[in-house]
Design a protein around this ligand. Sequence first.
Ligand code: ATP
Length: 327
Amino acid sequence: MRSELDLELVTLTKRYGDTVAVDAINHLFHAGTYACLLGPSGCGKSSTLRMLAGHEAVSDGAILLGGRDISSMPPAKRGTAMMFQSYALFPHLSVIENVAFSLRMKGVDAAKRRSRAGEMLELVDMTGFAERLPAQLSGGQQQRVALARALITEPQVLLLDEPLSALDPFLRIRMRAELRKLQRELGITFIHVTHGQDEALALADEIVVMNNAVIEQAGPTREVFDAPATAFVARFIGAHNVIALPEGPIAVRSDALRVTTPDAARLAGRITAIEYQGTHVSLTAAVAGEQEVTALLTDRDFFGAPKDVGEAVGLDWDGQDAHALRG
Ligand SMILES: Nc1ncnc2c1ncn2[C@@H]1O[C@H](COP(=O)(O)OP(=O)(O)OP(=O)(O)O)[C@@H](O)[C@H]1O
């Protein structure tokens, strides 16, 4: 069922001269979804997001928000707001003035601006920092201010361009939990661009995987992870083996592979590497056709029957864990 605030991309296209950055993509983002646009550098994620925000002109196709074509509307009129990678805070304005900026542009009076900006700072837990300048804040705090500044416009869709990439790994994990919590509280659509599969898995209700200007696969996060449709998605999302079989390529999760004896398994080969990962042990074997296949065993399973590099092994899986790959 379509809701009033669904966001729909219809053969959306971006060309820069001869470069096709986004090639006629179609997608429906349901209202209130946390969606991650995931893909390698240059695949067209940021161009897509910038077209949604209105910071980049659409070359072809349309963007519909609640059935209304917003493709050629100015950014402030679309019902979207963008939070940038670099946060783009005004260095000479205090935190509260940064947050209130768009209301000042709209001519809202000073008292109302301050009170709304104060509410937004409370939402992102930054009340005590209202009078500071951006340079006096940590990366994580600047990010919260940038969020407050985007949310004060009461967008129906918040667009986030690699919002966590400037943070150190520890803060990144903390902030991603905060983003998810905020999205649940607000109930609006978040579209978050990232090239990190961990980030997408941790945050998203829905993952849209892009490659070479097109959508390779889109769907609920667990479905995309569990059943990648192409070799590209299987490799990019990680934790999968792409195995060439006579009947065609399949993807099998590393943790779904069983290590047995060579004569009793679908694949036979020799162990080339063993890596201890704490809770798990990753065992890589070279099998027929110069393929490398990795099995992820629990530490208990591995140390219950330890193996060595150079040993002959068989690798097997249950039929339901094999996913046929297209193209
Ligand atoms: N202003 C521009 N002029 C010309 N080509 C551009 C411009 N912006 C992007 N491109 C090209 O369009 C393609 C898609 O770029 P885009 O920035 O959308 O990719 P991305 O997936 O967001 O990459 P990244 O993760 O590196 O930001 C790339 O080939 C890029 O070089």
